[in-house]
Design a protein around this ligand. Structure first.
Ligand SMILES: [Zn+2]
Length: 373
């Protein structure tokens, strides 16, 4: 294993941050895993430490078959955010930008750069596209610190064949996001992790870090009609909720990730197996996720638990009003039928604030708009 420290541009006098990058193995294919891009989401940080222990052992046994790159903490900028004892971590303090948005490459520039070089040879096309992607990252402007961070991360990840971005929700069942054009691999990942909820998304609209790796390939395929051998598979892995930081869960998730890496040919003889799944598989498009918003300000009390199946109209929660003359509550009926898979940690809520998510069978929002907020 080789470790490098990638310096980030100094944001202020006397301050220097860096990314740590661990690289295992050698070979033409690359798997890239990172955690903590939202710096307030910590389960993945521990999961990667457990995975590295396993990879160390496999490396000593000569069982690493391709390159595996691990960025154990993807956001030293956000990790430095401390505000009155809390860790905000989700948004850049300088620009207000969500750390997991706004890093995608221009697909128009990519098509212009490489479109005319593609032919009927899928393997050759892959090489051309990965070269062009690396060039575009190299040329990416990086004025603000968040831009420099994104550029540094992409410099390690953009040419990967497999990219896994580890996140978590407030309080949630484990779930994964991946492109709806990559269902078989997404299902394989989900099966290895034992995650019942799979959220499939159209990556041609606004994308997060995962979609920034798959959008170029699907756009090029559509614009040019040329074949590719192994476009990047990318996924966001949501490791339950913010408080689900434990060795037991991290060990289990690391084993699931390792089983996936083995099935994908990156390691051999790991002994890792697919993790047991809790509940029936629910594969839906992200457009079918119903976000439950609070109708009032006050305290949320839930009447249904995480993982419950609910029918539209069921009493899901109540908002306890704090400034009424008499004790009073506003009911929150389930806005859709489906499985309640996410709840908020912020119990003091306000009108319009998200207090949960239901995985439903019906379309809830316009396709491609799920990341617009
Ligand atoms: Zn996140």
């Amino acid at each position: 294993m080789k470790t490098t420290h990638l310096p980030l541009p100094s944001p202020a006098p006397g301050m220097q941050r860096h990314l740590t990058v661990h690289e295992y193995g050698d070979g033409p294919r690359k798997a890239y895993l990172q955690a903590g891009l939202h710096a307030d989401e910590w389960p993945g940080l521990l999961t990667l430490q457990h995975l590295m222990e396993k990879l160390d052992t496999l490396e000593q046994a000569g069982q690493i078959r391709q390159r595996i790159v691990i960025v154990p903490f993807a956001n030293p900028v956000g990790m430095n955010q401390r505000l009155f004892g809390k860790f905000p971590g989700r948004f850049d303090a300088t620009t207000g930008q969500n750390f997991n948005r706004g890093m995608s490459l221009s697909t128009g520039a990519l098509t212009h750069r490489v479109g005319h070089l593609l032919n009927a040879e899928a393997d050759q096309n892959d090489v051309q596209v990965r070269d062009a992607l690396r060039q575009l990252v190299e040329e990416k402007p990086a004025h603000y610190e968040i831009e420099a961070l994104h550029k540094a991360l992409l410099s390690q990840s953009i040419d990967a064949h497999l990219m896994l971005d580890l996140h978590c929700d407030d309080h949630a069942l484990p779930h994964v996001f991946y492109g709806d054009h990559q269902r078989p691999t997404g299902a394989q990942l989900s099966d290895c992790l034992g995650f019942a909820i799979r959220l499939e998304e159209d990556v041609r609209g606004t994308v997060a870090f995962d979609g920034s790796h798959t959008q170029p390939w699907i756009t090029l395929a559509e614009n040019t009609g040329k074949p590719f051998a192994e476009p990047c598979f990318a996924a966001t892995v949501e490791l339950r909720g913010q408080k689900d930081v434990s060795d037991a869960l991290a060990r289990q998730d690391a084993e699931g990730l390792l089983a996936f890496l083995e099935q994908q040919g990156f390691v051999s003889n790991s002994g890792a197996t697919a993790q047991p799944q809790q509940g029936d598989t629910l594969s839906i498009n992200v457009d079918q996720v119903k976000v439950i918003t609070s109708p009032a300000n006050g305290l949320v009390v839930y009447h249904r638990a995480l993982g419950d199946w609910v029918d539209a109209g069921d009493l899901l929660a109540e908002i306890v009003l704090l400034d009424s003359h008499r004790p009073e509550r506003v009911p929150v009926p389930a806005p859709a039928s489906g499985r309640l898979f996410s709840q908020t940690n912020t119990f003091l809520t306000s009108p319009g604030a998200s207090i949960g998510m239901i995985a439903s069978k019906d379309q809830q929002i316009q396709p491609g708009t799920q990341l617009s907020y």
